[in-house]
Ligand binder design. Structure first.
Ligand SMILES: C[S@@+](CC[C@H](N)C(=O)[O-])C[C@H]1O[C@@H](n2cnc3c(N)ncnc32)[C@H](O)[C@@H]1O
Length: 235
């Protein structure tokens, strides 16, 4: 199935369109995976299944995804994957990543590409990365979504400063961060490099304010301008 066909097949509620990755981001993931040799893929956070569909269109191997809250999304991700004809290759584990990932590590599972788009709090992303690192083959890739968020920025800053066994890839995407695992973690027990960063402080505060519950004249004006520049539509 082509990505154009995926886009005309899947359904994502307009009111909740920002939950899913953008179609352009999904296209990047798809095209990137096509360059790899049939990678083994894993995904944290199913949402509406857009990323899962594009990932599965780029490989012909099984794809595993974990998410405890599919019922909150009317099980639409599953419906989308089924409609695209990928249902027989998908394993959905309906549980939190903090339960699923350590179990996979214990079972000795390994992957070539892991998409991290589940819990977006700092500690959630950090714990996800901790286990993702153990699940990646050398040469494999971890992709973070929502890099506009301070939480994601801080996790990536930790990797940049402390994990010399990871290489940040230049991908030309402003809301995703891609890392390749290039070797072994050779830090000793005393190793620590400060990783606090001020990146995206203003952007994060602005977006929190825009989407926050408090209404006012200035916010209405900003939202009206935003709607003029970029009208809300399913992504
Ligand atoms: C932003 S959405 C993912 C969107 C998806 N990539 C797409 O393109 O449709 C985040 C998802 O992560 C799930 N989630 C939240 N906390 C999680 C956790 N601790 N473990 C696994 N999934 C989690 C949510 O239920 C939600 O479905």
């Amino acid at each position: 199935m082509t990505t154009t066909e995926i886009e005309s097949t899947i359904e994502i509620p307009v009111a909740d369109a920002s939950t899913a990755v953008r179609a352009s981001e999904a296209q990047f993931i798809h095209d990137f995976l096509l360059q790899l040799d049939n990678p083994k893929t894993l995904e944290i956070g199913f949402g509406y299944g857009r990323s899962a569909c594009y990932i599965m269109a780029a490989t012909n191997l099984p794809h595993t995804v974990m998410d405890p809250f599919q019922d909150n999304y009317n099980r639409q991700a599953l419906a989308n994957v089924e409609k695209c004809g990928f249902g027989n290759r998908l394993t959905l584990i309906e549980d939190f990543s903090h339960n699923v990932l350590p179990k996979m590590v214990g079972e000795g599972k390994k992957f070539d590409f892991i998409f991290i788009d589940g819990d977006h709090k700092f500690d959630g992303i950090f714990v996800d990365f901790y286990y993702v690192d153990m699940l990646l083959n050398e040469g494999g890739f971890a992709l973070f979504h929502d890099t506009w968020m301070r939480s994601t920025q801080l996790v990536m800053s930790f990797i940049n400063k402390n994990r010399k066994d990871y290489r940040k890839m230049m991908i030309g995407q402003n809301n995703m961060g891609l890392y390749q695992k290039t070797g072994n973690d050779e830090r000793n027990g005393m190793h620590f490099r400060e990783f606090y960063t001020t990146r995206r402080i203003i952007k994060h505060a602005f977006i929190q304010w825009i989407w926050g519950p408090k209404k006012g004249l200035i916010k209405s004006l900003v939202l009206a301008i935003k709607e003029k520049i970029r009208p809300t539509k399913s992504r």
